[in-house]
Design a protein around this ligand. Structure first.
Ligand code: SAH
Ligand code: SF4
Length: 352
C-alpha cells in the first residue's frame, strides 16, 4: 500500500482490521522501523487502546502523523442493563451508527462473554427477536473482538470464555468470525483457550464442514430446536435447504474429524416442539452420537405467540435423553431480570 494512495483516496487503514503486513508497509512508508507494528498491535489487541494518544511508547510526532493515516474503530456504549446476578448487557455502537448487544456474565474466578457476529440476522427463525428484523450488516473481525475487550475492561478482569450467541449467524460471516476467534485465542490477543471459544450456528452445513477442518479446538454448538423436519422448517426457515439428515451426517463427520463433543441447543416451545413425537425424534437424532443437549427455556419475545414450555417438561426431556444415553442439561438462566426485548442474550450460558 502506498501512503499517497491512502491519502488520495482518503481511506485510512483500520488498525482493528488490517493485516500485520499492511501496518508494517505503512510504517515503512513513514520511515519507521518494523518493531513499531508490534508496539501498535499490542496497544490495539492487548491493551484495547481507544485512541492513538494512549500509545505512549510512540513519540507525539508519530502519533500525530499516524492520525492522518489510520483509524482505530472504537465502540461507544449507548446503553447497559445490570442484572441482580451480576450479568451486564451492553448496547455498543460502531462508528457508522450500527449497534449490537453483548453480555458479560461473571461467576467465581470466571468471566464469560456473549458477543454478536452480525447486526441483525437474515435467517428469520420464528422464535428469535434478532431474526424478526432481518440483517443490517455483518460485523468485521475487529468489531467482534472489540465487544469482548469492552466487557473485559468494564469488569476489569480476564475473560475466560466467549460464546458467539448474540445477534447474527456466525457461519454467514465465516471469515470475520474465524479471524476474531483466532485473535481471541492468540497470546498476542486475548489469550483465551480455543476450547473456551464457542460458535453457535443454526446449521449452515457447508460452513460446519469447513469449521471441522480448522486446526484449532474451537467449540461448536448447533441450534437444533426440533429433530422433525417439518417442525424445524417452520421454526427455522433460513436453514430449510440444509436437511436434518444431512446435518446428522455432517455432525458425524465433525465428531470423527475433531473428536470434540458438539452441543445441540433446544429451546422448548409450548405446543410446538415439546410433545412426545418431538422428544422421540430428538432422542433418535442424538442417540449413539457424541453430543450434549442444552434444553433452554424459550425467552418470550414481545409480540410473539410462542410461549415457553413448563419447567417440568424440560426435566422430562433431560430424563428421557439420559435414559437413551444422551447427556443433557437445562441451561441456567443468567440475567433473567434484564430486558426481555432482546429475546436471546439472557439465557444461554453454562460451563462453556
Ligand atoms: N445464529 C446463531 C447464534 C445466535 S442465536 C444460532 O442461531 O445458533 C444464539 C442462540 O439463541 C441460538 O441457540 C438460538 O436458537 C437461541 N435463541 C434465539 N431466540 C431465542 C429465544 N427467544 N429464546 C431462547 N433461545 C433463543
Ligand atoms: Fe439468526 Fe440465530 Fe436468531 Fe436464527 S436464532 S434468526 S440464526 S440469530
Amino acid at each position: 500500500m502506498q501512503t499517497e494512495d491512502v491519502n488520495r483516496n482518503n481511506e485510512k487503514l483500520d488498525l482493528r482490521n488490517c493485516t500485520h503486513g499492511q501496518l508494517e508497509t505503512l510504517l515503512a512508508e513513514l520511515g519507521q522501523p518494523k518493531f513499531r507494528a508490534k508496539q501498535i498491535e499490542d496497544w490495539v489487541w492487548v491493551k484495547n487502546a481507544t485512541s492513538l494518544d494512549q500509545m505512549t511508547n510512540l513519540s507525539k510526532a508519530l502519533r500525530a502523523e499516524l492520525a492522518d493515516y489510520v483509524t482505530l474503530g472504537g465502540v461507544e456504549e449507548i446503553a447497559r442493563q445490570v442484572s441482580q446476578d451480576g450479568s451486564r448487557k451492553y448496547l455498543l455502537r460502531f462508528p457508522d451508527g450500527v449497534a449490537v448487544e453483548c453480555v458479560g456474565m461473571p461467576s467465581k474466578n470466571r468471566l464469560a462473554v456473549c458477543v454478536s457476529t452480525q447486526a441483525g440476522c437474515a435467517m428469520g427463525c420464528a422464535f428469535c427477536a434478532t431474526g424478526a428484523s432481518g440483517l443490517t450488516r455483518s460485523l468485521t473481525a475487529g468489531e467482534i473482538y472489540e465487544q469482548v475487550m469492552h466487557v473485559r475492561d468494564d469488569f476489569n478482569t480476564r475473560v475466560t470464555s466467549v460464546v458467539m450467541m448474540g445477534q447474527g449467524e456466525p457461519m454467514m460471516n465465516y471469515d470475520a468470525t474465524l479471524a476474531a476467534l483466532r485473535r481471541l485465542n492468540s497470546p498476542e490477543g486475548a489469550g483465551i483457550g480455543a476450547r473456551h471459544l464457542t460458535v453457535s450456528t443454526c446449521g449452515v452445513i457447508p460452513m460446519i464442514k469447513r469449521f471441522a477442518n480448522e486446526p484449532e479446538q474451537f467449540t461448536l454448538a448447533v441450534s437444533l430446536h426440533s429433530a422433525n423436519q417439518s417442525t424445524r422448517n417452520i421454526l427455522m426457515p433460513g436453514v430449510k435447504k440444509y436437511s436434518l439428515i444431512h446435518l446428522y451426517d455432517v455432525m458425524g463427520e465433525y465428531v470423527d474429524k475433531t473428536g470434540r463433543r458438539p452441543t445441540y441447543e433446544y429451546a422448548l416451545i409450548q405446543g410446538v416442539n415439546d410433545n412426545e413425537d418431538e422428544l422421540g425424534a430428538l432422542c433418535d437424532f442424538c442417540r449413539g452420537t457424541l453430543a450434549h443437549v442444552n434444553i433452554i427455556q424459550l425467552n418470550e419475545v414481545p409480540g410473539s405467540k410462542l410461549k415457553p414450555a413448563s419447567p417440568e417438561r424440560a426435566e422430562e426431556f433431560v430424563a428421557r435423553l439420559a435414559s437413551v444415553g444422551v447427556e443433557a442439561t437445562i441451561r441456567n438462566s443468567r440475567g433473567a431480570d434484564i430486558d426481555a426485548a432482546c429475546g436471546q442474550l439472557r439465557q444461554r450460558m453454562q460451563e462453556l
